[in-house]
Design a protein around this ligand. Sequence first.
Ligand code: NAD
Ligand code: 6OD
Length: 499
Amino acid sequence: MTAQAMSRSPAADTVEVKQFVAGEFVAGTSGKTFENRSPVDGSLIGLVHEAGKAEVDAAVTAARAALDGPWGQMTTAERCDLLHAVADEINRRFNDFLEAEILDTGKPKSLAAHIDIPRGAANFKVFADVVKNVPTESFFLETPDGDGAVNYAVRVPKGVIAVISPWNLPLLLMTWKVGPALAAGNTVVVKPSEETPTTATLLGEVMNAVGVPKGVYNVVHGFGPDSAGEFLTQHPGVDAITFTGETRTGEAIMKQAAHGVRDVSFELGGKNPAVVFADCDMDKAVEGTMRSVFANCGQVCLGTERVYVERPIFDEFVARLKAGAEGLKLGRPEDPETNMGPLVSAEHQRKVLSYYKLAVEEGATVVTGGGVPDMPGDLAKGYWAQPTIWTGLPHGARTTSEEVFGPCCAVIPFDGEAEAIRMANDTPYGLACSVWSENIGKANRVARKIEAGVVWVNCWFLRDLRTAFGGSKQSGIGREGGVHSLEFYTELKNVCVKL
Ligand code: NAD
Ligand code: 6OD
């Protein structure tokens, strides 16, 4: 990977990642950097320049100037053509993005190549097309003079949007917000996760290459509290904040957004159930649950951590899930055989392993896993966790209530539809659920009663980007996707014309 986004450090064989502000890659004025380490073997990938208040302020100022400048003067069609060009350029540089995402996350290349990078490009095309085609309402108002008035609505951009994104699907989740924000005519300042800074920065090169005006897309690096994340969400020049991450962080950001009564869109944590009925197609239910528990090493907000299985098939289901988990191949991202990578960081590994210990203390039977796998050579220094399945956890255990965000699940038996719904809903979260049954009437009845923003029937993570996406309860505020994204990224303005 060449590029202005990354430069080679003279001191070591590592790269330096800089901020992207007003179309330029810049170091922080404080000179502070932090390390970016490979989750696969703990080796140093590079140094990331940390933004201070000055860089965050420069990024917000650049975003404001672009809004008032060429970007604000473009027609929707011109803007959307540019976003199509952004998507095409991501696809042209597919391997650069793939390499960067794999280095930062350690995820299998096959996963990033099929999901992360293609969606990173698609997020620009889909929302450009939504914006070009969305109708707005109009009303004819009768007036006493007989001439009447016409009301019509227009959508106007909200302004400068702060985008705060997590590390689990870095390019996908960041562009899921940047795509609609830019399509709607806003400008953005992105603060990617400190764990995965690279693809957001690389996207700056793409913006420059296709001629997106300077200041439309900006990136600042750093942490949350007392760092770039907080400096950005507190900045008075930010008009709205869109955030994906932990529920606790959402609470902190909401307080920051209260100053100036700024709008927020939140995609937060989950403790997602799967409900597997005895009349399911067992092969499909096992395969789908395997993916929903272990994909991306369990680091998917929509992933399943509670599997409710109807009693008559409980033992068989657990046995088949165990066989599947034990068949997973952990290894280097580039190895085509690998289907599970490491956890993202040493800190996250400590968190996941603490839940592995807690599950046993809470009375779990460990069906498989429960520790750190033996990895060969340098891989032993990486942040690995075994795919883990528990049974026998009592209702209300912390391991079945709190989000672990690792490759693990508790499998719990149930008797009948009502009990399944009650147990699935007994959580402060409400993000996603999958229901497995060949009785389509029952599956849909259950789907409608589950308290979650997204329910999949006989599938998992089958995405249609036109649909509403988001969480209920403590899993989020608002919906994004299709026209729903525009409800957050625009103000709907009514114009009344007396005829
Ligand atoms: P996190 O909340 O720790 O961090 C997310 C981002 O917020 C990072 O960029 C971080 O630097 C920043 N941040 C932290 N504190 C901040 C503060 N006080 N002010 C401003 N910014 C701050 O989350 P994570 O560990 O990166 O991601 C995992 C979490 O994200 C899990 O809980 C997962 O469920 C959730 N998630 C939810 C969705 C969804 O769609 N609902 C999608 C992906 C991940
Ligand atoms: O597919 C998406 O658009 C989306 N936001 C997925 C979220 C995955 C969470 O880890």
